[in-house]
Ligand binder design. Structure first.
Ligand code: ASP
Ligand code: MG
Length: 417
């Protein structure tokens, strides 16, 4: 008997009607003769509501207590789905993260899974039960409840699929699959049949919200066959796999974008071996996530350093830099907010030079100012003023042949080749 793992996100279990629908879907898989493990998120926006409750009490909630609070959301869902299954005559059981044997590092709010002991879970499966597992949670070595970072239920599902050697891991969500770009912004975006782990990982890290990056990393490491599909419509989803078929020789597979970025420039730091490590260690210790970094030597041997951070962390970063002015010995800090990052991603870039040049030409023709750029093997990112984010994305989407409109697509392919 094969095991399948499926995950339903918050919107897919947003109310009682939807929960009943999920139970029906589980029953259907059981009737097909599968062992079914289902991971669910908290209902709708309930995790956000729990965060708000904590913030109404304190600006700096204790991380351990925050995990205790946030894990309750998923527990509501697992029990309700089991009740709905029992109403359908299906034997089922709900398990919290620790009951499902999900062990994590001893870190709160963003713990990594270290091991999964599937004994209990498998015993229930062998008894013929549908098993419901609370997503996004685990237990640390010393018995504390931990969470896997916002959006972490995807990771729970993929990790369980790996540990149980499941046939597939289906991520049911409120979109029908992975798109070439977020269709809420780019109207010509279209759904992909397949995408490689590496491309999906880049897109997820660069701001495409459809899958949690750590889940994709897990899927790649354990070669989990992953499908993203709609919980509302019976349509084919997108397969995430090792080698996605190269559709029409397109070099770019998809685009990701995110706003809310700020560029900080620290001018005239001393040009010493430890300058960069001191500066970035300070930011890291304060938990400030830094993205792109540019280091420049001035003609008189000082250093200018620019980096991007989330605008929400600007106050914290500026305070930190001011407090450490004597240690860092810089002359001036400048910052520019209201920025966005637009990225193109595709495995085809590895063997095709000139993709970055094309991207800059497209943005230049649209008179969109480039604030910073960075590249990886299969991605190029540009930081632009946020008011141009969607325009940049739409122009790049069309140029690189991704538009839903076939004619435009073929024209653009001709131009690239
Ligand atoms: N409920 C958690 C969140 O909202 C985890 C998840 O949905 O994956 O982040
Ligand atoms: Mg999610």
């Amino acid at each position: 008997m094969t095991t399948v793992v499926q995950k339903f996100g918050g919107t897919s279990v947003g109310d009682v009607t939807k929960i009943k629908r999920v139970a029906e879907k589980i029953k259907k898989r059981m009737d097909e003769g599968k062992k079914v493990v289902t991971v669910v998120s908290a209902m709708g926006k309930s995790t956000d509501k729990l965060v708000e409750l904590a913030n109404d009490i304190t600006d700096s909630p204790d991380p351990r207590e925050m995990d205790m609070l946030l894990t309750t959301g998923e527990q509501v869902t697992i029990s309700l789905v089991v009740m709905a299954l029992k109403e359908l005559g299906v034997d089922a059981v709900s398990l919290t993260g620790w009951q499902a044997g999900i062990e994590t590092e001893d870190v709160h709010q963003d713990a990594r899974i270290t091991d999964i002991n599937t004994e209990n879970l498998e015993a229930h499966l062998n008894d013929g039960k549908a098993v419901l597992v609370a997503g996004f949670q685990g237990v640390s070595e010393n018995g504390d409840i931990t969470t896997l970072g916002r959006g972490g239920s995807d990771t729970t599902a993929v990790a369980l699929a790996a540990a149980l050697n499941a046939e597939t891991c289906s991520i049911f969500t409120d979109v029908t699959g992975v798109y070439t770009a977020d269709p809420r912004y780019v109207k010509n975006a279209r759904q992909l049949d397949s995408i490689s782990y590496d491309e999906m990982l880049e897109l997820a890290n660069l701001g495409a919200g459809v899958l949690h990056p750590r889940a994709v990393e897990f899927a790649k490491n354990y070669q989990v066959s992953l499908v993203v599909r709609s919980s509302m419509e019976e349509v084919e989803g997108t397969i995430v796999e090792e080698e996605a078929s190269m559709e029409q020789n397109l070099i770019v597979r998809g685009l990701a974008f995110e706003d809310g970025l700020t560029k900080i420039t620290i001018e005239r730091l001393p040009n010493q071996f430890d300058t960069m490590s001191t500066l970035f260690s300070l930011l890291a210790e304060e938990g400030i996530n830094v993205d792109m970094i540019i280091q420049q030597n001035t003609s008189d041997h000082a250093l200018n350093v620019s980096c991007t951070i989330n605008t929400s962390e600007l106050g914290k970063a500026i305070d930190l830099l001011h407090d450490n002015k004597a240690t860092l010995c810089y002359s001036l800090i400048r910052h520019e907010s209201s920025l966005a990052k637009v990225s193109i991603v595709g495995s085809g870039m590895v063997s095709n030079p000139g993709v970055a040049a094309d991207m800059f030409k497209v943005l230049g023709d649209e008179e969109i100012e480039l604030k910073m750029v960075s590249t990886s093997e299969i991605a190029v990112s540009a930081v632009v003023p946020d008011e141009y984010m969607v325009k940049a994305a739409e122009s790049l989407h069309a140029y690189f042949g991704l538009d839903a409109n076939e004619k435009a697509k073929i024209e653009a392919v001709k131009e690239i080749v």
